[in-house]
Design a protein around this ligand. Structure first.
Ligand SMILES: Cc1cc2nc3c(=O)[nH]c(=O)nc-3n(C[C@H](O)[C@H](O)[C@H](O)COP(=O)(O)OP(=O)(O)OC[C@H]3O[C@@H](n4cnc5c(N)ncnc54)[C@H](O)[C@@H]3O)c2cc1C
Length: 399
């Protein structure tokens, strides 16, 4: 498609960007960085870079703990992206000097009650069937890993390769890297794709992609809390902890600076109000798993909107009938972990015009009724909607 600088010689074409990216969240910025680093002229449009879902996201990089029934192709993409994270983080730090809060302490998955543990074990068994590194731990082993866990916690498992990054550090770093590579950021919204003049347009506008493209991206609300260990010390635990507490799914993400992210609800709503009931449920579940949280400062309660799709998988590639417009959206609960692979796949598609085979299950036309069945679902290969959690189970998922 595009290889380095434009071969055109007219002055109009010399002024025209090779790539216009709509949306400067983690996905748009990473695409812009990778494209600019390949020598392309890149313009990024966003009136409020980093104000989307990434502004509240926890930043778990959890392809193993988030390997759910019926989502094999999504799991494969998550694993591919997680494998890129160490190099991606190193390159980003090298390019910017920025600290990203990238931590490789692993993730502990726990169940508070016998019922919670039974529920969690079904999932661990599935993850082990896929060959993923999940090691069940006896209660004593669990406490050896995290002595701060409540004595009531019945059991757990270690996912040593599931890590974390701080999205509030990641996005500014990506903005700096994109700019240093030559991308130009324009602080204006794009209301219609006809406003954009570039050889290729990449729509990476999160939930804003639906209005621009007609793609089935819908907001999925997540309420999330931030706590802080008193006295400016690091939290009393170092793993990401994900668990069920009396049926309530919850996760706890400890940062080196004392912050703990406690999340999150998964709601089919498009408002960003914070409700007392959600705060109460999250706090109760968090404190049940880690009693010391009761002594922490509660510093923030916010809600954000995940860009959800009918099959929970991202939408990546050309719009039907528009080879010049590429979608990079619909990352739902996984946009932070999927940032490196999305950036490489989309930049590769922009520069070569040849889609990587990894992109096939995530094509935008998979939702068309006349699309081939083999690309119909990014999950199991079954039609979208089959083998999918119903809304009740969706509530039961970690987010
Ligand atoms: C509570 C919560 C917790 C989460 N936790 C995790 C996690 O632990 N791990 C993980 O991997 N993911 C997590 N996510 C999901 C993750 O935040 C998203 O998948 C990710 O932010 C998607 O990135 P994005 O760049 O596509 O969209 P966003 O981050 O939403 O950014 C979209 C950008 O597009 C801009 N924009 C929108 N419309 C337009 C327009 N018309 N013109 C120009 N610009 C526009 C917006 O201003 C914004 O800057 C979480 C999300 C939530 C809500």
């Amino acid at each position: 498609m595009l290889t380095g600088r434009s071969p055109s010689t007219s002055s109009d074409d010399r002024a025209r960007p090779d790539v216009a990216v709509v949306g400067a969240g983690p996905i748009g910025l990473a695409v812009a960085w990778r494209c600019a680093a390949r020598g392309l002229r890149v313009v990024v449009h966003d009136p409020a870079s980093g104000s989307g879902a990434s502004a509240v996201a926890a930043g778990m990089l959890s392809p193993v703990a988030e390997a759910y029934f019926g989502e094999r192709q999504l799991t494969a993409l998550l694993l591919a992206s997680a494998a890129l994270w160490p190099t991606f983080a190193a390159e980003l730090t090298e390019a910017t000097g920025a600290e990203l809060g990238y931590r490789t302490d692993g993730t502990l998955m726990v169940g508070l009650t016998g019922d919670d543990l039974a529920e969690a074990r079904r999932l661990w068994a599935y993850q082990q069937e896929l060959g993923l590194p999940v090691t069940p731990l006896r209660p004593t082993e669990l406490r050896d890993h995290e002595p701060a866990l409540a004595p009531r916690v019945r059991g757990g498992a270690l996912a040593p390769t599931d890590h974390q990054v701080d999205p509030r550090l990641l996005v500014p770093a990506l903005r700096t890297a994109a700019r240093r590579a030559g991308a130009v950021l324009v602080p204006q919204p794009v209301r219609h794709l006809s406003e954009v003049d570039a050889r290729v347009t990449v729509v990476a506008a999160g939930c804003g992609a639906a209005a621009l493209t007609g793609l089935p991206v819908r907001p999925v609300k997540g309420q999330i809390l931030r706590l802080r260990a008193p006295g400016g010390v690091a939290p009393g635990f170092r793993h990401v902890i994900r668990g069920y507490a009396d049926g309530e799914p919850v996760y706890l993400v400890p940062r080196a600076d004392g912050e703990v992210v406690l999340g999150a609800t998964v709601e089919e709503r498009s408002d960003t109000t914070v409700t007392a009931g959600a705060v109460q449920r999250l706090l109760r579940a968090g404190v049940d798993l880690l009693p010391e949280l009761a002594e922490y400062d509660l510093v923030e309660a916010v809600a954000g909107l995940r860009p959800g799709t009918p099959d929970n998988a991202p939408i990546l590639g050309p719009l039907p009938g528009r080879p010049d417009v590429l979608a990079a959206t619909g990352h739902h609960r996984h946009g932070i972990v999927l940032t490196p692979v999305t950036a490489d796949l989309i930049a590769g598609l922009v520069t070569t015009g040849v889609p990587d085979p990894l992109l096939a299950p995530f094509r935008p036309d998979r939702f068309d009724s006349d699309a081939p069945a083999s690309v119909g679902a990014a999950g199991s290969g079954a039609p979208a909607g089959a083998d999918r959690p119903d809304s009740t189970m969706e509530e039961d998922r970690w987010s």
